[in-house]
Design a protein around this ligand. Structure first.
Ligand SMILES: Cc1cc2nc3c(=O)[nH]c(=O)nc-3n(C[C@H](O)[C@H](O)[C@H](O)COP(=O)(O)OP(=O)(O)OC[C@H]3O[C@@H](n4cnc5c(N)ncnc54)[C@H](O)[C@@H]3O)c2cc1C
Length: 398
């Protein structure tokens, strides 16, 4: 392999380029990114950038030391794979780029609501700066979606003195991620912050001056923020022959069916032996750690990336961390009081820990993540006691 192109100048693209060099790749290396900015970190966009604590989340990248050619502000529109030999050609508005090794790292794009009215999303630095400028004291801000991003936007908007309303179609915040019963435990945070939360409310369209709701009602707003999820950016791969399944379909080594093409980060849907199914992207941790495995795969080595998924969020003054897969669980254990300063929810699949949600209890997250990853049998009664370390519930320890 002599000519690798990384498409996507985000966290996963940068980390894969760096990992390729660290793992000894000496051929030509280029990175093509649609945004005018170099790689930067996204989690602070809906946290420190919105609140005004930070303007710059750039990730350190020394392109000269990396010997990497960077094309910023250049969007890849198409991929044509050579039917006879490894490699192909990328199409861009300013010419074609041939390669013999390819990293797809194009992330995800936020879903927008129908309607002619202006709506903010938070995906890019420019999105976050535009929304920050609109969050003026007293502004009527309607956030559509009480998921991770919606909760973080509501936190920042309320702290800036906006009159914030959050509309959620599901019966509770974070219902998708945590299930409605556990998600409902976070509803009180909205009330405490002075944010109006309305669940079970669908939005039909965003109009000038507000929204039209699913039942035809109108809601006035100065600022509308849409936080209803993101879809993998895979439009440029249409017609390439690569399989798409809620993202670029890759194996546990991040390889597509073409060994010279890997996908990593939010645009990839990786096969998990652990869960026996494909897992979509969307986690910062994956974008960082899977990059090393993707680089190894491109260089012909078979490493496997199959950890317990991990995600965190900072909302309403709390650090919320989640690891695992709750969907396989048959029992839920609450550890601590949800109106107390910190609490944890544990999902069990038989006597194994399937997932853990820790609110201001980082040690629970760390230990729970390890127990879930190792598949250690646990004693549910011991898990429920917030005064004992989680790891003490491991049955092997007795
Ligand atoms: C506001 C926000 C807050 C978040 N908070 C958290 C958090 O608290 N915890 C957590 O675990 N995760 C969080 N995440 C998720 C995390 O940031 C992502 O998982 C991570 O950024 C994924 O990195 P990526 O490189 O795959 O994609 P991205 O960072 O999206 O980078 C992809 C890049 O590819 C470019 N691109 C797209 N299409 C093309 C094309 N055709 N040609 C060229 N370039 C293209 C895009 O412009 C973009 O710059 C958050 C995400 C957002 C948006």
């Amino acid at each position: 392999m002599e000519n690798v192109i990384v498409v996507g100048g985000g966290l996963a693209g940068l980390r894969t380029a760096q990992a390729l060099r660290e793992q000894g790749y000496r051929g030509a290396l280029s990175l093509v990114g649609a945004e005018p900015h170099g790689p930067y970190d996204r989690p602070p966009l809906s946290k420190e950038v919105l609140s005004g604590e930070s303007d710059d989340t750039a990730l350190p990248a020394d392109w000269t030391a990396l010997d990497c050619r960077v094309h910023l502000g250049r969007r890849v529109g198409s991929l044509r794979l050579d039917p006879d030999r490894p490699g192909g050609v990328l199409g861009t508005a300013t010419g074609e780029l041939p390669f013999d090794g390819l990293v797809a790292a194009t992330g995800a794009a936020p879903v927008r609501l129908p309607g002619e009215g202006p709506q903010h999303v938070v995906r890019t630095l420019d999105d976050a700066l535009a929304l920050r400028a609109a969050l003026r004291p007293g502004a009527r801000v309607v956030v559509v979606g009480a998921g991770w991003i919606g909760a973080e936007v509501a936190t920042a908007a309320a702290a800036k003195g906006c009159a914030v309303t959050v509309l959620e179609a599901a019966p509770a915040p974070l219902a998708d991620a945590l299930g409605p019963e556990v998600g409902a435990l976070t509803a009180r945070w909205y009330a405490e912050a002075g944010v109006e939360l309305h669940c079970g409310v669908a939005v039909r369209s965003v109009d000038h001056g507000g929204l039209t709701l699913g039942d035809g009602g109108q809601l006035a707003a100065d600022v509308v923020v849409t936080g209803v999820g993101a879809r993998p950016e895979t439009g440029w791969l249409a017609g390439s022959g690569l399989a798409l399944d809620r993202g670029v379909a890759v194996d546990a080594s991040l390889r597509t069916a073409r060994p010279e093409v890997v996908a990593v980060g939010d645009c990839a849907a990786r096969w998990s032996h652990r869960y026996g199914r494909r897992l979509p992207g969307g986690h910062w941790d994956d974008a960082v750690k899977a990059a090393e495995v993707a680089a190894a795969a491109l260089l012909g080595r078979d490493e496997v990336y199959d950890p317990v998924p991990y995600f965190w969020s900072d909302q309403f003054g709390r650090t919320v961390q989640y690891a695992g897969d709750r969907t396989v669980a048959d029992r839920v254990v609450l550890r601590g009081a949800p109106d107390g300063p910190g609490w944890t929810v544990l999902w069990l699949d038989g006597d194994r820990l399937a997932a853990v949600l820790a609110v201001d209890r980082p040690r629970d997250l760390l230990q729970g993540r390890r127990l879930a990853a190792a598949g250690t049998p646990v004693d549910p009664d011991l898990l429920a006691d917030p005064d004992r370390p989680l790891r003490a519930a491991a049955l092997a320890a007795h």
